[in-house]
Ligand binder design. Structure first.
Ligand code: SF4
Ligand code: SF4
Length: 357
């Protein structure tokens, strides 16, 4: 290091190898195949002949210290002292001795954790931050996940689905959230309400104007103060202006609804990516149990389970039967609002970051 240069501050993820089970370190990059002996358990076999068994249990993601300690105690007592978390908030314990699998599952279940979520089950819902620690959510995420997984517990614990099902949530309309077989997303239905007294103090107006994808925001002078105005005929109620400008309040207990999209899938070795499509809109955002959204998700899952062929993912099944049949089978109403062919996109969508007034 050159003289006078400060020492870099190392932050970010630590090296994962130090936390890995020794058998995983030894066989890194040399796994031959895996088997699924029972729901919630994976057995990986390496080219060397070593076998490692993984037991997966769902967690609530936002973990309190006591639950985390409990999970670690179980890992120290019944597993080999190594854990990891998956992106869907499952905890996984790795053991080298197959005889440890059953006592480990028993200990987890006795402590109230649910083992499952592998192969053709409904995996844990991947969820966003929600009311707990994001600044723009219109609904919760942990709450939706808890309410829905309570109803889907048997689908998590068993292999009843034609193929795996990934469900995602998104508590605003624009940021994290995800692409999934079934996605539960916020849908705003009214343009933002502007608090003109605060805009000049809080918002950087050019960046808010540039944020709008349909160029519906203009600078304006209101009561002698610099503010913004929204062309409500153009506004698509996306909520993109709200994060950089909190006085453009778009969250509303009545008009921020939930929408359900289906058929999203990332590309893999066998297929191209598929984009999820809207199938239900205007669903009440109804905490703490969101019964209306849960009922629709359950209906879609039930229909998929009864009608799809083995190994068809939700998008494969819909591709085979077609959208009209999907709506018939699930008894979801199909309206003109489901049709969006983006014909106007080139003309109306603000596709660059240049500021337009
Ligand atoms: S989906 Fe939106 S509101 Fe929810 S955590 Fe992500 S950014 Fe925040
Ligand atoms: S950013 Fe979205 S919500 Fe805000 S004015 Fe533009 S279209 Fe409407």
């Amino acid at each position: 290091m050159m003289e006078g240069q400060r020492t870099p501050i190392e932050s970010g993820c630590p090296d994962g190898f130090q936390y890995m089970h020794p058998l995983m370190r030894k066989n890194f990059g040399n796994w031959a195949y895996h088997e699924d002996p029972r729901p919630g358990v994976l057995t990986h076999t390496a080219h060397s002949g070593d076998k490692i068994h993984t037991v997966r249990a769902g967690t609530q993601r936002i973990l309190d210290l006591f639950t985390l300690r409990k999970l670690c105690e179980i890992g120290d007592k019944y597993a080999d002292g190594f854990i990891r978390f998956t992106i869907r908030s499952n905890i996984e314990y790795m053991v080298s001795d197959v005889n440890k699998v059953d006592p480990l599952i028993e200990a987890l279940e006795k402590a109230g954790f649910i083992v499952g979520g592998t192969k053709n089950s409904v995996a844990m819902i991947s969820h966003t931050q929600g009311w707990l620690h994001c600044d723009i959510p219109a609904t919760d995420a942990s709450g939706v996940v808890k309410a829905m997984m309570d109803e889907l517990i048997d689908e998590f614990k068993n292999w009843n689905m034609p193929n795996r099902v990934h469900i995602t949530t998104s508590c605003c309309q624009i940021n994290c959230g995800g692409q999934g077989d079934i996605a539960i997303n916020i849908q705003h239905t009214k343009p933002p309400k502007i608090n003109h007294d605060l805009v000049a103090n809080i918002c950087e107006r050019p960046s808010v104007v540039a944020r709008c994808p349909v160029a519906a925001i203009r600078p304006a002078l209101v009561n002698g103060k610099p503010s913004l105005e929204v062309d409500e005929k153009k506004c698509i109620c996306c909520g993109a202006c709200y994060p950089p400008c909190p006085p453009m309040q778009i969250n509303d207990p009545e008009h921020s609804k939930l929408a359900i999209w289906v058929g999203g899938n990332h590309s893999n070795a066998r297929s191209k990516p598929s984009f999820q499509k809207l199938v239900a809109a205007g669903i009440p955002n109804n905490p703490p149990r969101w019964p209306e959204a849960t009922a629709i998700v359950k209906k879609i899952l039930q229909t998929y389970k009864e009608n799809a062929r083995d190994w068809e993912r939700l998008n494969d099944w819909i591709d085979r039967i077609g959208w009209p049949r999907f709506f018939e089978l699930t008894e979801l109403p199909f309206t003109k609002f489901h049709v969006d062919n983006w014909r106007g996109a080139r003309r109306t969508l603000n596709a660059s970051t240049h500021i337009r007034f």
